[in-house]
Ligand binder design. Structure first.
Ligand code: M6R
Length: 604
């Protein structure tokens, strides 16, 4: 995910910007750049790949005395990770860095091109600097032009802009993307998109609110709120602990990542939805030509998302789909035929078992695709095609936001293939695309829900086991819920298809067996309900998750009313993640680093 830094002061501006960007590295990026304005002249450097490349490019660049600088790490969304697409973006005499998305960039770009403005990049960001320079021609000063510009932008942003017409000033605006500003006793001023770059530099910081904008110069700090009323900064002392700052106030990375899901899905969807079709620029049109079957292969949580895909692919795309556990697949002499598209799924892109199956598929001459969160990982380098999930760096060992983005990609893919194969009516594709846009809202964690789960968790700290049960696509979600719980709580948990309990596991039912029942209103509700009633009749302790009241449960977690089972899927996913988290925190476990587990399993 993108990161921003900014600096005004007398110290070594280049080093301060590069150090700041290093602190943002953990968020993930694929290119970086800085622009420094000193003695009325700009110096600008950009590099793709890691920051060492930018350090190498700037090694002979020296800053001395007062300077104004902005820097950025970019996680590609609009346009590939190239130097031209890296920030800062240049107009004629101004530079801009931006996090977020300018939704009306295409219209603005069209108008600017009609005015003979030349664009160098494919990004949405570049319109900001050109629009600013256009406005500057008709404004009395740079701030007026900046103000006009941000009023013309739709979408989400954190913006820093520097211009030769005000060479000792940084203009800023924040809406939807985080940004803060810091000061110290030496008169230095800092900007960043999160706390960490400022630790050790700024003494106190002001977190901008949505709608805040203004400018900071050598001698002035001017902040206006969304009603254009000048406000005073509210400074708070900055934490001295980098790790806790990265957690942004959450107790664990896992908790932060659960809360981030709503925002990262926006990134996953960005640029990939039109009103009536799914757009995967990264796929060749002919990737599905001659394909009669899809085989998905993965481990752990990624395997569960693959299982979800099999329901969606067969239901919507009407294509035969099978799912394999990678560690099994590699040793069982599987039949691999050329009319099969082989898809591997991996958060890290480095999991040894999954990587090996990808090699096997390639050797057998199959077309291969990887759904992955880490660009340039081994799987991404090896597969014929890649779809990046854009979840940002996932630090918690227990995967949460990676799973949410994988399932979202699979839902999109099922519609993408359905369109090619004409297996769904166009009105249905349009309906589902509008549902996809509702996922971020379904993933928002409400205080009320989190508090309820915190309270409830104290009743689930013992017992002889948990069964997470669900039908259809809620079965993989049940598996995932059970995996989350056992990974971080060390309690025994299983995921099971609701209808299968009576074929054996129901023998375990007693008050000390905890059943977490997934009861979606819009998919096989009555059937699932009967299965839960069978367990309730045998005195299992039931915790039901549904939008429909259910009186046979000991505990009931009510999710919002949704119009489709897939939105219920995402609502319930958050519930099972938070329930596992709260149980494990009560048990005193380190949920970010559970015993015996590693984030990236690069051994067999
Ligand atoms: O990076 P990958 O998605 O390939 O990792 C696969 C599994 O190791 C991973 O999902 C693991 O199960 C997680 N700990 C789940 O929370």
């Amino acid at each position: 995910m993108c990161g921003i830094v900014g600096y005004l002061g007398e110290k070594n501006t280049k080093e301060i910007l590069l150090d700041g960007l290093k602190e943002l590295e953990y968020r993930g990026y694929d290119s970086a750049g800085i622009a420094v304005l000193q003695n009325g002249e700009f110096s600008n450097y950009k590099a793709i790949g890691k920051l060492v490349n930018l350090e190498e490019k700037t090694k002979d660049f020296i800053t001395k005395g007062f300077a104004v600088g902005i820097g950025h790490t970019r996680w590609a969304t609009h346009g590939k990770p190239t130097e031209l697409n890296a920030h800062p973006h240049l107009g004629e005499s101004s530079y801009v860095v931006h996090n977020g998305i300018i939704e009306n960039y295409a219209e603005l770009k069209k108008e600017l091109i009609a005015d003979d403005v030349c664009f160098l990049s494919q990004t949405d960001t570049e319109v900001i600097v050109h629009q600013f320079e256009k406005n500057l021609k008709f404004s009395t000063n740079a701030f007026e032009a900046f103000n006009k510009t941000i009023n013309e932008l739709d979408g989400a942003y954190a913006i820093l802009l520097t211009t030769k017409s005000e060479p000792q000033t940084i203009f800023f605006a924040k809406r939807g993307s985080p940004m803060l500003f810091g000061v110290n006793n030496e008169g230095e001023k800092y900007f960043a998109s999160s706390d960490t770059p400022l630790i050790g530099h700024a003494k106190e910081v002001n977190y901008f609110e949505d709608g805040d904008y203004g400018y900071v110069s050598k001698n002035e700090i001017v902040i206006l709120d969304k009603n254009s009323k000048q406000i005073k900064p509210i400074y708070i002392e900055l934490s001295k602990n980098k790790l806790s700052a990265q957690k942004d106030g959450y107790r664990f990375f896992m908790e932060k990542e659960i809360y981030e899901q709503s925002a990262v899905i926006l990134d996953t969807l960005m640029g990939r939805l039109s009103d009536d079709e799914i757009i995967f620029d990264e796929l060749d049109n002919n990737i599905f030509e001659g394909i009669n079957e899809i085989k998905l292969c993965a481990c752990g949580t990624s395997y569960h998302s693959a299982l979800s895909a099999s329901y969606l692919f067969e239901r919507y795309a009407k294509i035969r789909t099978s799912v394999e556990i990678a560690s099994e697949f590699r040793y069982r002499e599987p039949i691999m035929e050329k009319d099969t598209l082989f898809i591997v799924i991996s958060q890290s892109g480095e999991t040894a078992d999954t990587l090996e199956t990808l090699k096997m598929a390639k050797n057998a001459g199959l077309k291969t695709l990887v759904i992955c969160n880490v660009d340039n990982s081994s799987m991404v380098r090896l597969a014929d095609a890649t779809i990046l999930t854009r979840a940002g760096i996932e630090k918690g060992v227990a995967s949460t936001k990676a799973f949410a983005t994988q399932v979202t990609i699979f839902w999109m893919m099922s519609l993408y293939i359905a369109k090619i194969k004409n297996s769904l009516k166009s009105e249905e594709i349009t309906r589902q695309i509008s549902l996809l846009r509702e996922i971020p809202a379904s993933l928002k964690v409400s205080n009320e829900m989190h508090e309820k789960l915190k309270r409830l968790s104290k009743r689930y700290l013992h017992g002889h086991g948990f069964f997470f049960i669900g039908r259809d696509i809620f079965y993989p979600l049940a598996l995932e819920g059970a995996l989350k719980l056992k990974e971080i709580s060390y309690l025994h948990a299983e995921g099971y298809p609701s209808g299968e309990m009576k074929h054996g596991p129901i023998a375990l039912a007693d008050p000390e067996l905890f059943t977490i029942a997934l009861l979606p209103e819009h998919l096989h509700y009555e059937k699932s309900k009967s299965n839960v009633e069978e367990l309730s009749a045998r005195d299992s302790t039931i915790c039901a998750i549904s939008s429909k009241e259910f009186d046979k449960a000991d505990d009931f977690i009510s999710i919002s009313k949704c119009t489709d089972y897939m939105l219920e899927f995402f609502e319930m996913m958050v519930v099972v993640q938070l329930l596992s988290l709260e149980i494990s925190i009560r048990l005193g476990n380190d949920v970010d680093m559970p015993r015996n587990l590693a984030k990236s399993v690069t051994v067999e």
